[in-house]
Design a protein around this ligand. Structure first.
Ligand code: DQA
Length: 147
C-alpha cells in the first residue's frame, strides 16, 4: 500500500489558536483526522510529523528514504528561508508536494520566495485544509506515471 508522509513545520501545532482569520479555527488534530479519513477513502497509508525545528524536519525527510512513497509538506515559515529543507527533499528523491493553507502569493513580499518549491512536483496554496487532500491526490494519481 502506498505510504504518504505528511510533514508540518513551525507553528502549525498551533492551528486553531494562531491567526484564525488566516489559518482557520480548526486544530492540528482536526487536520490529522481529516487527512486520515481521506487516506482511508483513497486506500493509502499516512504518517504525520510536526516540528518547530528545522533540523528535526530535515531528519524526518531523511527518515522517509526507503520508507515513504510520497511526501506532503507544509514547511511553514521555513519555506521562505530553508535551503536545508530543499536539499533534504532533493536528497531523498521522493515525490513531494508543497502545501500552504493560506494564499501565500497574495501575502507579504517575504512570503513570495519558496526554496523548497524547486524540489517539489506541485504546490497547492490558499485552499485551507483541503489543500493537503489535494496534495495527497496529486501524489496518488501520479503513481505509476512519470513525474
Ligand atoms: C504557511 C504560510 C507561511 O508563510 C507561514 O509562515 C506559515 C504557514 C501556510 O500554510 O499558509 O506558517 O505555510
Amino acid at each position: 500500500m502506498m505510504k504518504i508522509l505528511v510533514i508540518n513545520g513551525p507553528n502549525l501545532n498551533f492551528l486553531g489558536i494562531r491567526e484564525p482569520d488566516i489559518y482557520g479555527k480548526e486544530t492540528y488534530a482536526d487536520l490529522c483526522d481529516l487527512i486520515r479519513s481521506h487516506a482511508q477513502k483513497r486506500g493509502v497509508t499516512v504518517e504525520f510529523f510536526q516540528s518547530n525545528h528545522e533540523g528535526a524536519l530535515v531528519d524526518a525527510i531523511q527518515a522517509a528514504y526507503g520508507n515513504a512513497d510520497g511526501i506532503v509538506i507544509n514547511p511553514a515559515a521555513y519555506t521562505h528561508t530553508s535551503v536545508a529543507l530543499l536539499d533534504a527533499v532533493k536528497s531523498v528523491g521522493i515525490p513531494t508536494v508543497e502545501v500552504h493553507i493560506s494564499k501565500v502569493e497574495s501575502r507579504e513580499e517575504f512570503r513570495q520566495i519558496s526554496f523548497i518549491r524547486a524540489a517539489c512536483i506541485a504546490t497547492v496554496t490558499g485552499r485551507g485544509f483541503q489543500g493537503y487532500l489535494d496534495a495527497m491526490d496529486l501524489l496518488i494519481d501520479k503513481k505509476g506515471k512519470k513525474a
